[in-house]
Design a protein around this ligand. Structure first.
Ligand code: BG6
Length: 318
């Protein structure tokens, strides 16, 4: 039932994952797949047509609410990081989302079949820590070619006339072969806030971004395309984004990995977070207004897009 060779193709399968948590498996005809937990609306797996995993998920991830799942693509909302009164990265990543039975239509019709719509709404409990009414709709789509697309639509449904503000990030953990062999293109020469230096602002120097120590930076006003190049595997991830001006780059390196209970001691070598985000300037929504933020991920052989992602070219082609 589940694979194209064994009969009818099942594009969307509702099932249970670790610890019985509900999850949805998306499949496409060529064999690529993605898995989304309703807990956190978190994508935990994205595989190409060869069955190779493209997202990092820690071997120590607990899948035990209320702890967020370590890896995949957590969603940070309504607060990125610690810049606010909420817990780090807000609460969306540790809430149980629902399948959205009747999402409002998108302006452009897409022929995709492997997608799921999820929704998170305000609750009385959450109103104690964030006193707003909202509807957060997330569509996760696996394209026929294996691209992973995520669209967030967040609406202010306050009835007291009050606007609200939020920061946001798709906290994507890319699976990589070796952090010291990885390069990120598209962020060079940009300004960034260094979270390891009390959010001080610097300008990136050098041709491309490489890694030899802990990094925790929010690049500002970034182009719509960023490339993460895994030299050893000759694979390039392309991240395209819309509505999300910033990009957070994070790797905990050895000390922080060791100090983090749900992170394997050496796993920092096999992951890099590059997060399509809106962190510097919070988004404000008035009642009735909706915000959209989208990211699309592809994984291609490195030769395919080598040299096409310097910031200028990326900006021109977007
Ligand atoms: C990054 C932040 O986005 O997430 C880091 O910039 C943080 O400061 C990291 O350490 C992981 O956060 P958490 O809450 O999932 O451990």
């Amino acid at each position: 039932m589940s694979s194209p060779s064994s009969g009818e193709m099942v594009f969307v399968e509702h099932t249970k994952g670790v610890n019985g948590l509900p999850k949805v498996i998306l499949r496409e005809v060529r064999g690529c797949s993605a898995e989304v937990y309703l807990y956190g609306a978190q994508v935990t797996s994205w595989k190409n047509e060869h069955g190779e995993e493209l997202l990092f998920l820690s071997s120590k991830a607990t899948f035990k609410p209320p702890k967020a799942i370590r890896g995949g693509i957590p969603i940070c909302f309504p607060q990125f990081g610690v810049q606010g009164s909420l817990e780090q990265h807000g609460f969306a990543r540790n809430r149980h989302w629902m399948v959205d039975p009747d999402p409002p239509p998108f302006l452009t019709c897409s022929p995709n079949k492997a997608f799921i719509d999820l929704i998170l709404k305000h609750s009385e409990e959450d109103a104690k820590i964030w006193p707003h009414r909202y509807e957060f709709r997330l569509r996760v789509t696996l394209g026929p070619g294996g691209d992973l697309m995520m669209t967030s639509r967040i609406r202010n449904t306050n009835t007291d006339g009050k606007p609200f503000m939020f920061t946001f990030s798709y906290h994507t953990y890319f699976a990589i072969t070796d952090i010291s062999e990885v390069r990120v293109e598209g962020l060079e020469t940009l300004d960034y806030l260094d979270y390891l230096k009390n959010k001080e602002r610097f300008t990136e120097q050098g041709d491309a971004i490489t890694f030899e120590a802990e990094v925790d930076k929010a690049y500002l006003s970034t182009p719509t395309k960023i490339a993460i190049i895994d030299h050893e595997r000759k694979r390039t991830y392309e991240l395209r984004k819309d509505g999300l001006p910033d990009a957070v780059v994070w790797n905990p390196w050895d000390k922080k990995a060791k100090a983090t209970p749900d992170f394997g001691d050496n796993e920092y070598k096999q992951m890099l977070c590059v997060e399509a985000a809106c962190v510097e300037k919070p988004i404000t929504l008035k009642p009735g207004e909706e915000w959209r933020g989208r990211q699309e991920l592809s994984a291609v052989p490195s030769s395919y897009c080598s040299g096409q992602l310097d910031p200028q070219k990326a900006l021109q082609s977007s």
